[in-house]
Design a protein around this ligand. Structure first.
Ligand SMILES: Cc1cc2nc3c(=O)[nH]c(=O)nc-3n(C[C@H](O)[C@H](O)[C@H](O)COP(=O)(O)OP(=O)(O)OC[C@H]3O[C@@H](n4cnc5c(N)ncnc54)[C@H](O)[C@@H]3O)c2cc1C
Length: 259
């Protein structure tokens, strides 16, 4: 894990109404050893910032020299990030956490909801046509990155809650249709807790391995503060223990999560 000052080479608006951006850093140091499903902690507000906590973002994809993250503007930190210009320096910590158990011999269904699509995009960049993505959004304003999945060779289906893009409904419907084809060995899910819980519940009826990325609100991001703990089944008296999403996760085996 590195704490690096990296140069921004792009901060591109992907969806004006949805306020979604793609930010690329020029940093071979940060991209080296970066695995899909891991994340970076970005110091917002500038190098002399008074924002106390860094903000975590999943790696969307990386190459030998660059790292790209994608973000939705939701509060003060991401609002500040939306004003970043190329050439600006950012203080970035990472890569952090444990990512997806990517295995190119296994046919994998990638399930993303809202900003959870960025973490599964990381897996798509490694799996290519060994995977398929089903992505759910609230409305067409938030639909983004579909072309990137396709560019990695991954077929994509979209569903929106209001039917303004793709089919109308919830992503669980698409997951069920895909699983009924009996083609998949593994499922990776990242989205709201409610969505991940519903999909994980549905998967109990199928013989597939399922992993979830739990993007809990986190403070330190490096396992020190215990602010992002999740309940995980354990072989002890109470049957569970707390694990840190930032250190032991954010990716966990769905069968072990107590929702
Ligand atoms: C491991 C991890 C990976 C993440 N990856 C991405 C990513 O790739 N792209 C992306 O857009 N976002 C991602 N997030 C969420 C992102 O970190 C937050 O949206 C960001 O920190 C908000 O900062 P802010 O200062 O703009 O908002 P704040 O002012 O801190 O919060 C604004 C609102 O957003 C809510 N919020 C903040 N963080 C979270 C969270 N983790 N889960 C649910 N609600 C939250 C707050 O409750 C509040 O209502 C990730 C979070 C984690 C833990």
């Amino acid at each position: 894990m590195l704490d690096i000052t990296a140069k921004v080479i792009e901060n591109r608006l992907l969806s004006e109404k949805g306020r979604i951006y793609s930010l690329t850093l020029d940093s071979p140091e940060l991209s080296k050893d970066c695995l899909p499903g891991q994340f970076y902690e970005i110091k917002v507000g500038g190098l002399d910032s008074r924002f106390l906590l860094r903000r975590p973002f999943s790696v969307a994809f990386c190459d030998d020299k660059t790292v790209t993250i994608r973000y939705n503007v939701v509060g003060a930190g991401t609002e500040w990030m939306s004003g970043i210009t190329p050439g600006q320096m950012l203080d970035v910590l990472g890569p952090l956490g444990r990512g997806w158990p990517v295995d190119k011999t296994k046919k994998t269904l990638l399930v993303g909801g809202s900003t959870g699509i960025f973490s599964v995009l990381g897996a798509a960049s490694h799996l290519g046509d060994k995977s398929r993505a089903v992505l759910g959004f609230r409305s067409c304003d938030l639909v983004n990155s579909v072309e990137d999945f396709k560019a990695f060779g991954v077929p994509v289906s979209i569903i929106t809650e209001d039917g303004s893009s793709g089919r109308k409904g919830l992503v669980t419907e698409l997951v069920k249709e895909e699983l009924d084809k009996n083609e998949y060995d593994t499922v990776f899910i990242c989205g709201s807790t409610l969505m991940m819980k519903s999909v994980a519940e549905l998967l109990k009826d199928y013989d597939v391995d399922c992993y979830v990325s739990i993007e809990e609100r986190m403070a330190c991001g490096v396992g020190a503060c215990m602010g992002c703990v999740v309940k995980i089944k354990a072989d002890n008296e109470q049957g569970w223990e707390y694990k840190r999403a930032c250190a032991e996760g954010p990716v966990f085996n769905a069968a072990e999560v107590i929702w």
